[in-house]
Design a protein around this ligand. Structure first.
Ligand code: PFF
Length: 453
């Protein structure tokens, strides 16, 4: 172990860091959430705002997280604390790390519920349950499944057990081994599916037009906030997941280049998912604005109508399951690493502890579509909806502002220059975006959404 290595282990190469970070970024956010929020918010114009957020806010903040993680070589909480102190600032900056670890719990608590639905859909599609199905059958199957508290609970628990298992095995044997095999498989499957949608649906151009025709009248500040929240969520930013992974990244590799690569991969997967889903939706005369059920109702229905749909539908949900598990392990990493550092516990104990807490919190989300479907936390939002809305649209962007301010203004310039020396031509652009553009843009969106309501 080199003197500058993390006690938790290290990625064996830059490529492995990229696969792990892309594994974190590419997930349900890309395949389940992006198409349905784009659909609900009218397509094109929303996508354009989302892309602007990725490039102007997302990439600079991702580079900031990698920078802080790699310079700190510890869990986000301790990295923020010790770097703040080394920079002559208050140790109170560790609050950003705390907020992030908490956000990880909140996100995984609903994320694992959806991932559980996905696992059960692998079996359902593979067994041919949707072959020749009509809209009623697809809808009733979905409602019947999510309405059954026991089956939702079972799959949700299974997904958490899997997450704990991989996490407990450690950075090298657990995390790296998982992403090394799953991510390349995921990319291949996705390309196969885009070709399948393009060839068999006959409505590919309609899907393309839906994603890329810009109708600005449909855009409100509320939908701009959702586009921005989606950008944070899809890139895993604002809560320390990428920071935690950055702590295991080898020195002397470019940070901005790596962040850009990861963001491009993530954006590519989101757009490609849209290009699988919307042509199938239009080919079958379905609603693009169907909401969270889009992937679980319209897609099985579409696959049920198409040649080879049983096979390709099953493959599709396997791909989504892969994407979900490589993201879930990054959601617990900040908390797990901190427990190992602070309590000197083993990773096995830390992973079990975090898994148990997430499971408890997640009961609220698992039961939001059945036992607790009439219990509203804020307005008309169930526990599930509240966790999703609050983390995406408030906690992550807020965390992002503080991370940008910390990396841009607070961090000792010697540390910053040293980490960024591999990025010279882009360093000033990054610094400008991080110091000014990202914090100001996020603040404006917050204020305008608030004023408009
Ligand atoms: N980026 C993941 C997705 O798009 O599904 C979700 C996620 C993972 C968000 C890790 C935040 C995070 F820290």
């Amino acid at each position: 172990m080199a003197a500058t290595d993390s006690i938790h282990g290290m990625w064996s190469s830059r490529l492995m860091f990229i696969l792990a970070a892309a594994g974190s970024a590419v997930g349900l956010g890309n395949i389940w959430r992006f198409p349905y929020v784009a659909g609900e918010n009218g397509g094109g114009a929303f996508v354009l705002v989302y892309l602007a957020c990725i490039f102007l806010i997302g990439i600079p903040i991702m580079a900031s997280e990698i920078l802080i993680g790699r310079a700190g070589r510890q869990s986000p909480i301790n990295a923020m604390r010790s770097l703040a102190m080394d920079s002559g600032a208050s140790s109170g900056w560790q609050v950003v790390g705390w907020m992030g670890a908490l956000a990880g719990f909140m996100i995984l608590s609903f994320y694992a519920v959806i991932a559980g639905w996905v696992l059960s859909y692998v079996i359902l599609l593979g067994s041919g349950a949707f072959v020749g199905a009509d809209a009623d059958l697809a809808n009733n199957t979905f409602q019947g499944f999510v309405g059954n508290a026991w089956s939702v609970l079972g799959w949700f628990t299974g997904f958490i057990v899997l997450t704990v298992f991989i996490t407990a095995r450690g950075v090298g044997r657990g995390l790296e081994t998982t992403v090394k095999y799953l991510m390349p498989t995921l990319f291949v499957l996705l390309i196969v599916l885009v070709i399948y949608a393009a060839v068999t649906s006959g409505h590919f151009t309609e899907g393309v037009l839906f994603l890329f025709s810009f109708e600005f009248e449909r855009l409100t500040w509320g939908s701009v906030l959702i586009a921005m929240g989606q950008a944070f969520f899809t890139l895993s930013l604002g809560m320390g997941a990428i920071m935690a992974y950055g702590a295991y990244m080898p020195k002397n590799t470019s940070i901005i280049g790596t962040a850009t690569t990861i963001a491009l991969m993530d954006t590519g997967v989101a757009l490609m998912s849209g290009l699988v889903i919307f042509p199938l939706v239009f080919a079958n005369g379905l609603e693009s604005s169907a909401g969270p059920g889009l992937m679980f109702v319209t897609l099985p229905l579409a696959f049920g109508q198409m040649a080879g749909g049983q096979f390709f539908g099953c493959i599709f949900f396997i791909l989504v399951a892969f994407a979900a598990i490589t993201s879930a392990i990054s959601l617990v990493e900040p908390a797990v690493a901190w427990i190992v550092e602070k309590l000197e516990a083993t990773r096995v104990v830390a992973a079990l502890l975090v898994g148990a807490l997430v499971w408890l919190l997640g009961l609220g989300s698992a039961f939001s579509t059945n036992i607790l479907s009439d219990v509203f936390i804020v307005g008309e939002m169930t526990f599930f909806d509240t966790m999703d809305y609050v983390t995406n649209n408030i906690v992550l962007p807020l965390g992002g502002i503080f991370i940008a301010l910390f990396a841009g203004w607070v961090l000792d310039s010697k540390i910053r220059d040293e980490e960024m020396k591999g990025d010279l031509p882009y360093y000033p652009i990054w610094r400008f975006l991080t110091r000014f553009v990202a914090p100001v843009a996020v603040s404006i969106v917050f204020v305008m959404t608030f004023l408009q309501n």
